[in-house]
Design a binder for this molecule. Structure first.
Ligand code: MV4
Length: 668
């Protein structure tokens, strides 16, 4: 076994590989770019080598820098993780040529699977089932059309040089074939420089079922069951699970045997994944083979009880597979959800920001969190915005799904927008619970999945107001700074013979709210908002809140970030921020000639014409950030001479938004 391993990756997969290496007593070397100087994987490794500037093409994709780091530190092997150079045959070859062990398949196997068409040809020759279709070199339109007529519509035109869904076009009838073919060829030529098409029978509701295979250097090859990855959005996996729902032992054995056949066909070594399309009638067809450890490998680990990175290291070190096929047992069901800093309400665009508040659910034998970030980290624009993978296991799919929804609800992330609510809606959607899976799942259940948590001002505002008041109290007298029995420590402003009203101003659910809190002799507060009185008790310890109303106690978590507060409740999150009474200092700021963006966000609308006179407090523009609208108001009487942004523009926190000239008397 190796003494020292270099991990040529970053983020959660680098941390994950380091954990296994450490458990095996292998020293670890991390590599990092400028942006990752303080990253978790760098801190976890025994040593780390700087490999270049933040852009991946100048660092994590620099094969020579990585090989030099391995040689300089005396690492015997390099683990590429996934992505980056993990399926780069040239890198695998270069490692071998420099006397380093590449923890992965031979470069020839990577090359063989690199071209989708070549892969299909190899698999067809090896007897692996392919989708009925035509993959020939003759691209005469007449012939292609005859092939389509032969297999029957609908058919799918696929650019041979394409992949991941790019360059595919459905054709539903003969009379649209010629036009569709010409368009597909033009697109393929433009996108890939190669107009070669393959024509396949179009499976209208397939599932994406992939089989994990492992091959060692002693002729052993086994499959480790399958994963259902049908829940995808634009060919990005969202939630994966193992085993595939409804899989029978016979079908598992058939697909697993076909996957091992595929691996043997290319003399495979190490971990590989054979992807199939599984049709509604139980037919399965080879789609492609991935020559790396997949992002979703943890669900296979949890149902087999195996550490696949350990298997990779052992096989790369020349050992035999730890298990034979007949020794492998499956137990229970596992899900993985990929948690990203992206905005589902803004076409899933990645968002930047600071992970100002980060609390993962407690880990256990049922809950695993693979992450590469910690509270306070920036989400970098240079890499994919993954925050973590949340993996859960239990004895049955139903119980594992319960674990997933609970863990998603308990995942607290403040300071950036995430896809957590989207994942929670997905995991709790009835069609998902019923395992009605196919690759069109998300498309078909948009309304259900993108449902917003019902804003209930009546319920949320009193809790937000009390949370804000308790937070203020906590800031004013941090726990332990006063004698707990001292009346000065009560913080409720109790006075003899007269109630003392506390005032709180906050912005929540697009509302500016004035709340008064009156301490009650029997404990708790009477909270008055727009004439409505609510009696509520609350206790804040650290970030843990307990509310009590009419004898009903509920837990909540209060996250405080520079953008504002998030109240995490059992049924979702409520974002709000404190409004400071205008003490006039903003007038001086404005008089200095501008108003700055309160945080990273997007300009929603401009509310006045440049050059028009405005009065103090007049709304000038609206920004959206952290799922909340922020109204930028005139800090005094004056004129907006110029806006620096237009609606739709992304704005960095602190950026000047407009030029404001206070009027003469406002300056007086
Ligand atoms: C298909 C198909 C239906 N019929 N081929 C998408 C990308 C590439 N992996 C192959 N893909 C598909 N090929 C035939 N003959 C449907 C898809 C497909 C898909 C496959 C797996 C996972 C997600 C998908 C999303 C859309 C389409």
């Amino acid at each position: 076994m190796f003494d020292k391993l270099l991990i040529a990756n970053r983020g959660e997969i680098a941390c994950r590989i380091i954990r296994t290496a450490r458990r095996l007593g292998i020293a670890t070397v991390a590599v990092y770019s400028d942006a990752d100087r303080n990253a978790l994987h760098v801190r976890m490794a025994d040593e780390a080598v700087h490999i270049g500037p933040a852009p991946a093409r100048e660092s994590y994709l620099q094969a020579e820098h990585i090989i030099a780091a391995a040689l300089a530190t005396g690492a015997q092997a390099i683990h590429p993780g996934y992505g980056f150079l993990s399926e780069n045959a040239g890198f695998a070859r270069a490692c071998t040529e420099r006397g380093l062990v590449f923890v992965g398949p031979p470069s020839a196997a990577i090359e063989a699977m690199g071209s989708k068409a070549a892969a299909k040809h190899i698999m067809g020759e090896a007897g692996v089932p392919l989708v009925p279709g035509y993959h020939g070199a003759n691209q005469e339109p007449v012939l292609l059309r005859q092939e389509a007529e032969r297999m029957g519509y609908p058919v799918l035109l696929k650019a041979t040089a394409g992949g991941g869904g790019k360059g595919m076009r459905q054709v539903w009838s003969g009379d649209e074939f010629d036009a569709a073919l010409a368009a597909a060829q033009r697109e393929a030529s433009a996108s890939f420089g190669d107009a070669t098409m393959l024509v396949e029978k179009y499976l209208t509701r397939p599932r994406h079922v992939e089989v994990q295979v492992f091959c060692d250097n002693h002729g052993n090859a086994i499959y480790l069951a399958e994963r259902d990855c049908s829940v995808q959005r634009r060919h990005q996996k969202v939630i994966e699970e193992a085993p595939a729902p409804g899989m029978t032992a016979a079908l598992r054995d058939a697909m697993g045997t076909a996957a091992v056949q595929a691996a043997r066909a290319i003399d495979y070594r190490g971990a590989g994944t054979v992807e199939f399309l599984l049709d509604e009638d139980g037919s399965y067809y080879f789609m492609e083979m991935n020559t790396r450890l997949q992002v979703e490998h943890p669900v296979t680990e949890l149902i087999t009880g195996q550490d696949l990175v350990e298997w990779q290291l052992r096989v790369a070190a020349g050992e035999e597979l730890p298990l034979q096929q007949q020794d492998l047992t499956l137990r229970g069901h596992a899900f993985e959800a990929r948690i990203y800093a992206e905005d589902p309400d803004n076409d899933f665009l990645p968002v930047t920001g600071t992970l100002a508040y980060l609390r993962a659910p407690d880990e256990s034998s049922h809950v695993r969190v693979d992450t590469g970030v910690q509270q306070g980290d920036e989400i970098s624009v240079h890499y994919d915005p993954m925050i973590a993978k949340l993996i859960v296991w239990d004895e049955s799919r139903e119980r594992a799904l319960q674990r997933l929804s609970t863990a998603l609800r308990d995942y607290r992330i403040g300071g950036t927008v995430t896809n957590l609510d989207f994942l929670y809606n997905l995991a709790t959607a009835d069609p998902f619970r019923r395992a009605e899976l196919d690759t069109g799942f998300i498309e078909r259940h948009q309304t259900l999945i993108f449902r917003q948590r019902q804003q209930d001002l009546q319920r949320d505002l009193p809790m937000a107001a009390l949370a804000l008041f308790l937070h203020r109290q906590q800031q004013a007298a941090p726990p332990g700074c006063l004698d707990p029995w001292s009346p000065w420590g009560s913080g409720t402003g109790w006075r003899l013979n007269e109630p003392h009203l506390h005032h709180v101003m906050l912005h929540c659910h697009q509302h500016d709210v004035n709340a008064t809190l009156e301490p009650l002799a029997r404990g708790g507060f009477s909270i008055c908002i727009e004439g409505q009185h609510t009696e509520l008790r609350g206790e804040l310890r650290g970030d843990e809140l307990v509310f009590e109303q009419d004898g009903h106690r509920r837990r909540a978590t209060l996250a405080c970030t520079t953008e504002g507060f998030t109240l995490y409740l059992a049924d979702g999150a409520c974002h709000f921020r404190e409004l400071r009474p205008d003490t006039g200092e903003t007038a001086q700021n404005a008089a200095a000639g501008g108003l700055n963006a309160p945080m990273n966000g997007t300009v929603v609308s401009l509310l006045v014409e440049p050059g028009s006179d405005v009065q103090a407090g007049a709304p000038l523009m609206i920004m959206e950030a952290m799922k909340m609208e922020h109204t930028i108001r005139a800090p005094g009487d004056g004129t907006v001479s110029q806006f620096y942004f237009a609606p739709g523009d992304l704005v960095d926190g602190g950026a000047p938004l407009l030029a404001f000239a206070a009027s003469e008397d406002a300056r007086a």
